[in-house]
Design a protein around this ligand. Structure first.
Ligand SMILES: NC(=O)c1ccc[n+]([C@@H]2O[C@H](COP(=O)([O-])OP(=O)(O)OC[C@H]3O[C@@H](n4cnc5c(N)ncnc54)[C@H](O)[C@@H]3O)[C@@H](O)[C@H]2O)c1
Length: 246
């Protein structure tokens, strides 16, 4: 159980982040439901948690903004005094073949997926080190492990997240802070609905189990990594992908 733990999940208003927020809360954590899109969706997630007897608050922050992330972390620490579990889930895609990819497509994806995680870890690092314990879980992707045609920006951001995970895991290992990455395969969410048909086809043909995964498949692993069961696991990249990365 995660009773007494404070969990912060970025981009938790829908999809995988929403499921992670619900599962962590169902297991006793107080959850900060971060969002940068729809306020209504994020507040609905928090309300659902509270209605089920849990504790949650929706807070807006664009994690790709260094200063805004710093203010967000300060707001959370002022109120909750600590963060035990940080899940860097916020992510975007701007798929295109490299020859057609604009600088803006590249920067937006890197700024959100990779720099966003850096901002959150950076601003919470003092707190994590001081409390000598905690779990950081970065949501990467099989695209960061294998690469994917049409997703050069996204794959670069998710591969970068793996490097970030391993380096911070080494920095924090002696302080009892575990840092791991989860690499989802092809999961049924709004994000995959937006993928080009070509990218979908390429990915589907690569799944040995022959089917898409669910948001629950990802949240169940995050729950394990957030709890005591993962105390001796750090710097790992765990694929939840129906065998894509075998
Ligand atoms: N769906 C998949 O198949 C799949 C596969 C591999 C990895 N992932 C990763 O899982 C994570 C969640 O994906 P999803 O499928 O639920 O997508 P989604 O688009 O449904 O959710 C992403 C969430 O991130 C939020 N977000 C975007 N930019 C943000 C910002 N700057 N600040 C704060 N929040 C921001 C969005 O508002 C949204 O709520 C992403 O990091 C994604 O890359 C998804």
């Amino acid at each position: 159980m995660l009773t007494g733990k404070i969990a912060l999940v970025t981009g938790a208003g829908r999809g995988i982040g929403r499921e992670i927020a619900l599962v962590l809360a169902a297991n006793g954590a107080t959850v900060i439901v971060n969002y940068n899109g729809s306020k209504e969706s994020a507040e609905a997630v928090a309300a659902e948690i509270v209605q089920k007897g849990g504790s949650a608050e929706a807070i807006q922050c664009n994690v790709s903004d260094f200063a805004a992330s710093e203010a967000f972390v300060k707001q959370v620490l002022d109120k909750y005094k600590k963060v035990d579990i940080l899940v860097n889930n916020a992510g975007v895609t701007r798929d295109n073949l490299i020859m057609r990819m604009t600088e803006e497509d590249y920067d937006t994806v890197l700024d959100t997926n990779l720099k966003g995680a850096f901002h959150m870890i950076r601003h919470l690092s003092r707190s994590f080190i001081k409390q000598r314990g905690g779990k950081i879980i970065n949501i990467s992707s099989v695209s960061g492990v294998l690469g994917n045609a049409g997703q050069a920006n996204y794959s670069a951001s998710k591969a970068g997240l793996i490097g970030l995970t391993k380096s911070v895991a080494r920095e924090f290992a002696s302080r009892g802070v575990n840092v791991n990455a989860v690499a989802p395969g092809f999961i049924d969410t709004d994000m995959t609905k937006n993928m080009t048909e070509d990218a979908k086809k390429t990915l589907s043909s690569m799944i040995p189990m022959g089917k898409m995964g669910s948001t629950k498949n990802i949240a169940d692993l995050v729950l394990f990594l957030a709890g005591d069961g993962s105390d001796y696991i750090t710097g790992q990249v765990i694929c939840v992908d129906g065998g894509m990365c075998i």
